[in-house]
Structure formats: structure tokens, C-alpha cells
Design a protein around this ligand. Structure first.
Ligand code: FBP
Length: 250
């Protein structure tokens, strides 16, 4: 049985995502959070279970400074220049991630994209290799492309994407919040024995952000894998403490 103990506390996950430089470019950053050291400090001090990085940042900032927080390496990615039918290309191998001391690997699958079958195949190889080496796999199951345009956050489409993640062999599914406890429950039920964590999305009002987390946990989610809402916050440590309290109370 695969162990998730290095990236969880009492079965719950609190991950800090920082792969936005590749996905979105500098538009998400200000003078402070453009520095990966700032994010690694938050992850360490706020006791996140793990930080999510692309390999280049891990090599230059995580490995040399021997951070306490566990590392999840995002194995694929794309820039925001690509529109319409998205494809997230593999950029790092499971072996490279292990050499960087990653405790888990992450992979985006754009469910519904014209390139879905290729991404399924490549993701299948990642799951096989990671599981052979006892490394858990987190799948960003994001509905995208013409076939699902305008329905990316529809509960039924999210539930379908979550089910696909379970069937493809992911251990943890990173999903958008479906909008209500009831709708999120459908997503969690569809995910079966794969755990579900929610992403944060664009920076929003902190009270709303915390309410969504609370409702997601009520619906059966096992935690969060959030980025902008934390490291763009005025007081990331205070906000993280609140997130931790909500997650561990349930
Ligand atoms: P946020 O909590 O900031 O939304 O981060 C979650 C995340 O999945 C990141 O890991 C990733 O870089 C980004 O969102 C991708 O967002 P999108 O698919 O909307 O470009």
C-alpha cells in the first residue's frame, strides 16, 4: 500500500502550489512573491505538508537550502500563450523528481481536450513508474478545450474528470471547487478512493476563500493545494493558520 504519510497530517493535505511562473508568467507576481524563497519560507513557517514546484525552481531554491517542507514536483506544464486545445507536455521524469527528493509527483490532465488521449497515455506511464517506486501521484484533473467550453466548473463535468482521475490511477485529485457542498460531494463520491484536494483559483476575498475550503472539507475533500490566495495575501502566515485549523477540525 502506497504511503501518503510524508505529505499529510492525520490523513489531511495542505499543499502550497507555486508552478504559476510557467503556467501564467510574471502576471501573478509582485516584487515580493516573484522570489521563490518567499514562498518556501511561507511553506516552512506555516507548516504546509508540501510545496509544489517545477524542477528548475526545486534545483535552484529547494535543494540547496534543505527546506523542512516536503517537495512535490510538477512533472508537466505549459504556458498561457497556448489557447484553444491545451496540451501539457511532460518536462521532468519520476526519476529526476526522486533525485530532487520529491515525496510525490504532480501532473495536469486536461480532460476533454483534443489532446486528451495523448495526455492519458503519458499520465499512465507516470503512474506506472511512480507506483513502482512507491511515489504517490497527484493529478490536476482540469476539464479544458472546445468540448467542455463554458462547462469547466460544472459539477457533472468536474465529477466526470474526477472519476477519470480515479480510473487512470491517481492517488490524489486536485480539483476546482464545484461551488457548493452538495455539488462538491458529487465530485468526491465520483473520485471513490482517490483523495480530493481543492485548488484556490484567482485571489479572492479571504472570508469567501476560507468558506469554500470549509464547505469542500464538509463535502469530503481531504485538503487543499492552493497558491495565489495564500502567497498573494497580505498576511500569508495568518491565513495559512486559518486554513490549517479548518482542515484539521474535521
Ligand atoms: P491556485 O490555487 O493559485 O489557483 O493554484 C492552483 C493551480 O492549479 C496551479 O498549480 C497552477 O499553476 C494554476 O492553478 C493553473 O491555473 P489555470 O489552469 O487556471 O491556468
Amino acid at each position: 500500500m502506497l504511503s501518503l504519510s510524508k505529505i499529510s497530517t492525520n490523513g489531511k493535505f495542505m499543499f502550497l502550489a507555486y508552478d504559476h511562473g510557467l503556467e501564467h508568467g510574471p502576471s501573478d507576481f509582485n516584487d515580493i512573491n516573484i522570489d521563490p524563497n518567499y514562498i518556501l519560507d511561507i511553506a516552512d513557517k506555516a507548516k504546509f505538508n508540501a510545496v509544489i514546484l517545477q524542477k528548475g525552481i526545486a534545483e535552484k531554491y529547494y535543494v540547496p537550502f534543505r527546506k523542512k517542507v516536503s517537495l512535490i514536483i510538477k512533472l508537466n506544464g505549459k504556458t498561457s500563450f497556448v489557447e484553444d486545445e491545451p496540451y501539457s507536455a511532460p518536462l521532468c521524469t519520476v526519476d529526476e523528481a526522486i533525485k530532487l527528493k520529491a515525496c510525490a509527483v504532480g501532473y495536469t490532465v486536461y480532460v476533454g481536450s483534443k489532446f486528451e488521449s495523448l495526455m492519458f497515455k503519458e499520465f499512465g506511464n507516470v503512474v506506472r513508474e511512480a507506483h513502482n517506486k512507491n511515489i504517490p501521484v497527484i493529478a490536476w484533473m482540469y476539464p479544458r478545450g472546445k468540448a467542455v467550453k463554458g462547462k469547466e466548473d460544472s459539477p457533472k463535468v468536474l465529477a466526470y474528470a474526477a472519476r477519470a482521475g480515479l480510473e487512470l490511477g491517481a492517488d490524489i485529485l486536485k480539483m476546482h471547487y464545484a461551488g457548493s457542498v452538495q455539488d462538491m460531494r458529487l465530485v468526491v463520491e465520483s473520485a471513490g478512493r482517490a483523495k480530493v484536494v481543492i485548488s484556490g483559483g484567482l485571489k479572492t476575498n479571504e472570508r469567501e476563500f476560507l468558506k469554500d475550503i470549509k464547505d469542500a472539507i464538509k463535502a469530503g475533500c481531504s485538503g487543499v493545494a492552493v497558491g495565489r490566495n495564500v502567497w498573494q495575501a497580505k498576511e500569508p502566515l495568518g491565513l495559512s493558520k486559518e486554513i490549517c485549523r479548518i482542515i484539521s477540525e474535521w
